[in-house]
Write a protein that binds this ligand. Structure first.
Ligand code: URA
Length: 243
């Protein structure tokens, strides 16, 4: 029996990575491989046995899974690590689906990490234009002075540009040498929170992402996870689109 073949761009859009139009651009840009070979020809037909990767990530026709994980410190947000440190995906081996972290948290950062096999969802959560808000609880050695708090709210110059407006609340101001604050940002630059405090010469000693848009860590202990409910996935995407 002849196996059904579809155009490559259709296969990519059906897998939920992106629209057919954008898939065409990705193909033309050389970001798509079929059975290990880069394909830039738009009309290429593929069958279900063909192994397709976009930016090195395999397409999946598996059911979409979205997970909220309370990442402990001491795990790396990658699928594999060349130094064989613990990775966040180790916790999900039993699930038998290929999950990818949505964005990343530093090795030493704990808190909300979303994981999914849904490429379209990942785009909505991580592309800067959607401005998803994330709140971090930050413990610092030292004191962030009132003036500096104001600066942090309005934007400070880091080596990759000025930060956008941010929310900042002081949670505990131990008159001795430490402070706990909550910082809400919608950018997701590398090590951004730590760098924002380093800007004032302050060292972050504990960092936890406690909120991701409307999601929080309620009901989860470190190292535990839960599946997002369909209404939560929908709400995250519609909140992303609203910005
Ligand atoms: N900002 C950081 O500095 N580290 C993280 O892990 C997340 C945000």
């Amino acid at each position: 029996m002849e196996m059904e073949k579809v155009r490559l761009q259709k296969a990519i859009s059906q897998a939920g990575v992106t629209s057919r139009r954008k898939a065409e651009t990705m193909i033309a840009e050389g970001r798509v491989t079929v059975n290990g070979k880069t394909v830039t020809e738009l009309g290429t037909k593929v069958a279900s046995v063909d192994r397709i990767e976009v930016d090195g990530v395999p397409l999946t026709t598996e059911e979409r899974v979205h997970i909220l994980y309370y990442k402990p410190a001491g795990e790396i947000s990658a699928v594999e690590d060349d130094r064989s440190r613990n990775t966040v995906t180790d916790a999900f081996k039993e699930l038998d689906v290929r999950l990818y972290p949505v964005g990343r948290l530093d090795y030493d950062t704990s808190g909300i990490l979303l994981l999914t096999n849904d490429g379209e969802f990942t785009q909505y959560m991580t592309h800067p234009k959607y401005k998803m808000r994330k709140t971090y609880r930050v413990k610092i050695d030292g004191i962030l002075k009132r003036e500096q708090q104001k600066e942090m709210r309005t934007g400070i110059m880091l080596d990759d540009g000025k930060t956008a407006r941010a929310g900042l609340r002081v949670i505990r101001d131990k008159k001795d040498r430490q402070m706990i604050l909550e910082l809400t940002i919608h950018e997701g630059r590398n090590r951004q929170v730590r760098r924002m405090f380093e800007h004032f010469g302050l060292n972050v000693v504990k960092l936890t992402r406690i909120q991701y848009d409307f999601l929080n860590l309620n009901g989860l202990a470190e190292g535990e996870y839960r599946f997002l409910k369909p209404f939560e996935v929908k709400k995250l995407i519609s909140n992303a689109k609203e910005t």
